[in-house]
Ligand binder design. Structure first.
Ligand SMILES: NC(=O)c1ccc[n+]([C@@H]2O[C@H](COP(=O)([O-])OP(=O)(O)OC[C@H]3O[C@@H](n4cnc5c(N)ncnc54)[C@H](O)[C@@H]3O)[C@@H](O)[C@H]2O)c1
Length: 253
C-alpha cells in the first residue's frame, strides 16, 4: 500500500527539478498527480512519462484565473483535490544597491503571490473533498539565512514561510482537516542550481563551494526533498501544521 493512496495532488513547477521529483514520488506512493507548469512542452513530457494516473495542466502561478482553471481541471480529471505542492519558482541575484525593480516584482509574483493564489484557490476544493488535505510550500533556507545578494528571493521565500504559519493556524482554527507546511531546502542539484554552476568559471569548484555551505559538505538531491514532501502530504504528518521543515544537510542548524 502506498503512503498517499487515494490522494489527488497538484504539483506546480513539476516540469523540472524539485517539482518533477515530487510529482514522481507522490505518484509512486499511490497519488493521482497533476503536473502543473508554465512550460507546457516539458510538463506534458513529464506527465506522459509518469503515465496512468498523471495529467498535465498549463499553469501560470502568478495568475488567479490560471489557478482557478487548473484546480477546476484537476477536479474534472480526478474528481477532487487533496494535496497541493507549490514548487514553481525563480531565483536570480538582486543586490540591494542595484535593485532591478522588474526582477524584484517577478520574484514576488511567482514565488510569493503564486503560492498565496494556489492556497486561496485550493482551499475551497479541499473543503469540498471532505477529506484530510495538505498544502506544502517549497520555501528555502534563504528565507532564514539568505545570501547577501539574493534580496528579492529571500524576501519572497520568507513571505512563504509566514504564510504557511498563518494559513496553517487559520485552517486549524476553522476546524478544517487541512494542514499547511513549508519545506526549507538547502542547495539542491536541479536545473536551477545548474544555471548558477554554469555561470561560474569552474563548474566542479562551484559545486564544491555550494556543498561547503552545508555541514554535510554536499548539495542535496531532488529525491531527498521529495521524501520530506511525501511525509507532509501523507496522513503520517496528521499533527503537523504551520511548520517549516529544513532539508538542508544541517545548514540552518
Ligand atoms: N534547487 C535549489 O537549490 C533550491 C533550494 C531551495 C529552494 N528551491 C525552490 O524549489 C523550487 C523548485 O526549484 P528547482 O530547483 O526545481 O527549479 P527549476 O528551475 O528546475 O524548476 C522550476 C519550475 O518552475 C516553473 N515555473 C517558473 N515560473 C512559473 C510560473 N509563473 N508558473 C508556473 N510554473 C513556473 C519552471 O517552468 C520550472 O519548471 C523553487 O521554488 C525554488 O525556489 C530550490
Amino acid at each position: 500500500m502506498g503512503r498517499v493512496d487515494g490522494k489527488v495532488a497538484l504539483v506546480t513547477g513539476a516540469a523540472s527539478g524539485l517539482g518533477e521529483a515530487i510529482a514522481r514520488k507522490l505518484h509512486s506512493e499511490g497519488a493521482k498527480v497533476v503536473v502543473a507548469d508554465i512550460d507546457a512542452d516539458r510538463g506534458r513530457q513529464v506527465a506522459d512519462d509518469i503515465g496512468e494516473g498523471a495529467a498535465f495542466v498549463t499553469l501560470d502561478v502568478s495568475s488567479d484565473d490560471s489557478w482557478a482553471e487548473a484546480i477546476s481541471a484537476t477536479q474534472d480529471v480526478f474528481g477532487e483535490l487533496t494535496v497541493l505542492v507549490t514548487s514553481a519558482g525563480i531565483s536570480m541575484p538582486t543586490p540591494i544597491d542595484d535593485m532591478d525593480l522588474d526582477l524584484w516584482q517577478k520574484h514576488i509574483d511567482i514565488n510569493l503571490k503564486g503560492s498565496m493564489l494556489g492556497c486561496k484557490n485550493a482551499l475551497p476544493a479541499m473543503k469540498a473533498s471532505g477529506k484530510p488535505s495538505s498544502i506544502v510550500f517549497i520555501s528555502s533556507t534563504q528565507a532564514s539565512s539568505p545570501m547577501s545578494n539574493h534580496v528579492a528571493y529571500a524576501a519572497s521565500k520568507a513571505g512563504v514561510l509566514g504564510m504557511a504559519k498563518a494559513i496553517g493556524k487559520y485552517c486549524a482554527e476553522q476546524g478544517d482537516p487541512i494542514r499547511v507546511n513549508a519545506i526549507q531546502p538547502g542547495a539542491i542539484h536541479t536545473p536551477m542550481l545548474e544555471s548558477y554552476l554554469a555561470a561560474m568559471p569552474d563548474r566542479e569548484e562551484a559545486l564544491a563551494f555550494f556543498g561547503s555551505a552545508h555541514p554535510m559538505n554536499r548539495v542535496g538531491q531532488p529525491d531527498e526533498v521529495a521524501k520530506a514532501v511525501l511525509f507532509l502530504a501523507s496522513d503520517d504528518s496528521s499533527f503537523t501544521t504551520g511548520a517549516a521543515v529544513p532539508v538542508d544537510g544541517g545548514l540552518l542548524a
